[in-house]
Design a protein around this ligand. Structure first.
Ligand code: NAD
Length: 488
């Protein structure tokens, strides 16, 4: 039985209730975590509020030093954190080792840019004056995150929020809380209460955080439905809300590239982590003269993927995160087939392993842009592929979506690449390089995919308030004060 981490102490839920955490590869219980209540959330928020003043007054160099120590601790705990993420989330161990390294890199990055500047000096309107634009932290940030990249998506909030001088209360997904709770051993170099870890359900601990009067910012990653609910809740107190939501990313393949490379890139972009990536490629638009060759090669790539125990060395794909997530995927494939789509491969549970929420990577043809697969987020290993006449049709269809997280194209043709990059509404656009992130560049969505940006200078900015300080170093009466000198 695990405990939460509040004010540097290990604590159970005030009501004593727990939530069972399951291994999706075996369907066995791994452990229990506290089912946090409003009272637990209040305790965590009070702890973060108490530690705020001390944390933000810390000189930038000292704060940077501590954030680098967090990065070092993450690296030193790579194996245990990665194993726990694999146990509770089902993502292959190899990918989770990478995830821990990306977390550490993110802390190192924000340790440095957080101490680089705190605003700017602008030109004054009068002699003897200085005007400063000063950046300050908001106060207490609530970081509410999903299960698919439980530590990375948390660190994309935690590192910049702390670097900006905020304190943070973290609530992980109820499906993957164990790796987050292990962070107490990584974060204990920070002053007590600067980070608090609470576990629980979204509609209990999550909502208590969103509506808590002493939480200044809610930084959320998750589904559109939850994001909408959080935004409505937070509107009551006019809290600042960062929303990083779902996606339904298009992937265009033009006829001037090596189709075998494009198919490999496509398989990675659509099947990675069983399609449970917010920027998974979910809609494929392929120039008609290479369509058949592309489908054939994507099918070959899908069939070659090795499914199995995510701890094992010789696999590419583990299970989906939960029975519910696999059920949703099965229903989506059945609905598409009912509407006329044809299975080119997959569309079923593999014969082995017999336990666990496994599903075969799936390619669908004979699809149409009105099918739900094209209009809603899929979040499963499904690749619907349709032919297009030219780049204009590809861009038009790519934009036929209410989402705008990412988009990809395979081409060497500069005109195709730039036409798509400048016309498609998406927060990230990849040319021949699907799904790569860069700490120094912003990540986030347009339209329903969100209203914020993580990473880069933008990621830090999201956690800083702006103050304008006017300073006059010569105390004197100003000529435009009373009594007025009328000009006639
Ligand atoms: P979810 O919205 O169900 O849950 C996300 C988190 O919100 C969990 O911690 C959950 O407990 C909490 N939550 C749920 N209801 C809440 C409420 N009423 N108030 C406060 N908190 C609440 O999402 P999920 O199923 O965990 O994750 C999958 C979704 O996340 C997909 O839509 C995916 O696209 C999205 N996602 C987006 C990004 C991005 O960066 N844009 C990254 C990864 C995942």
């Amino acid at each position: 039985m695990q405990t939460m981490w509040i004010g540097g102490e290990d604590v159970a839920a005030s009501g004593g209730a727990t939530i069972e955490v399951e291994n999706p590869a075996t369907e066995e219980r791994i452990d229990d975590v506290p089912r946090g209540t409003g009272a637990d959330v209040d305790r965590a928020v009070q702890s973060s509020a108490r530690s705020f003043e001390r944390w933000w007054r810390l000189p930038g160099l000292d704060r940077a030093e501590l954030l680098h120590r967090v990065a070092a601790n993450l690296r030193a705990s790579t194996e245990s954190l990665a194993r726990m993420m694999t146990l509770e989330g089902g993502k292959p161990l190899l990918e989770n080792r990478d995830e821990v390294e990306w977390c550490a890199g993110c802390f190192d990055y924000y340790a440095e840019i957080g101490r680089h500047e705190r605003g700017r000096v602008i030109a004054p309107v009068r002699e003897h004056q200085f005007n400063f634009v000063v950046k300050e932290p908001y106060g207490v940030v609530a970081a509410i995150v999903p299960w698919n990249y439980p530590l990375l998506l948390l660190c994309w909030k935690l590192a910049p929020a702390l670097a900006a001088g905020n304190t943070v209360v973290v609530k992980p997904s109820e499906l993957t809380p164990l790796s987050t709770l292990m962070l107490r051993g990584v974060l204990d170099v920070l002053p007590e209460g600067v980070v608090n870890l609470v576990t629980g359900y979204g509609n209990e601990a999550g909502e208590a955080l969103v509506s808590h009067p002493d939480v200044d910012v809610v930084a959320f990653t998750g589904s559109v439905a939850t994001g909408r609910r959080i935004a409505m809740r937070a509107a009551e107190s006019l809290k600042k809300v960062h929303l990083e939501l779902g996606g339904n990313d298009p992937f265009i393949v033009c006829d001037d590239v090596d189709v075998s490379i494009a198919a490999k890139g496509a398989a990675f972009a659509t099947f990675l982590n069983m399609g449970q990536v917010c920027t998974s490629a979910e809609r494929f638009y392929v120039f008609e003269n290479v369509y058949e060759a592309f489908v054939e090669q994507l099918v070959d790539n899908a069939r070659a993927l090795r499914i199995g125990d995510p701890m094992g060395p010789d696999i590419d794909l583990g299970p989906m995160v939960s029975a519910a997530q696999r059920d949703k995927t099965e229903k989506k494939v059945a609905a598409a087939e009912g509407a006329g789509a044809k299975l080119a491969t997959g569309g079923r549970r593999p014969e082995r392993p017999t336990a666990g929420y496994f599903y075969e990577p799936t390619v669908l043809t004979d699809v149409s842009p009105t099918m739900e697969l094209f209009t809603e987020e899929t979040f499963g290993p499904i690749a619907p592929v349709m032919p297009v006449k030219d780049i204009d049709e590809a861009c038009r269809l790519a934009n036929q979506s209410r989402y705008g997280l990412g988009a990809s194209i395979y081409t060497n043709n500069l005109e195709y690449a730039m036409t798509a990059a400048s016309n498609i509404r998406a927060g990230t656009f990849w040319v021949n390089d699907p799904l790569t992130d860069n700490d120094a560049g912003p990540f986030g969505g347009m339209r329903l995919s969100g209203n914020a940006r993580e990473l880069g200078a933008e990621g830090l900015e999201g956690f800083r308030e702006t103050k304008h300080i006017h300073l006059d170093y010569k105390v004197r009466a100003m000529p435009d004060w009373y009594p007025y000198k009328w000009k006639v």
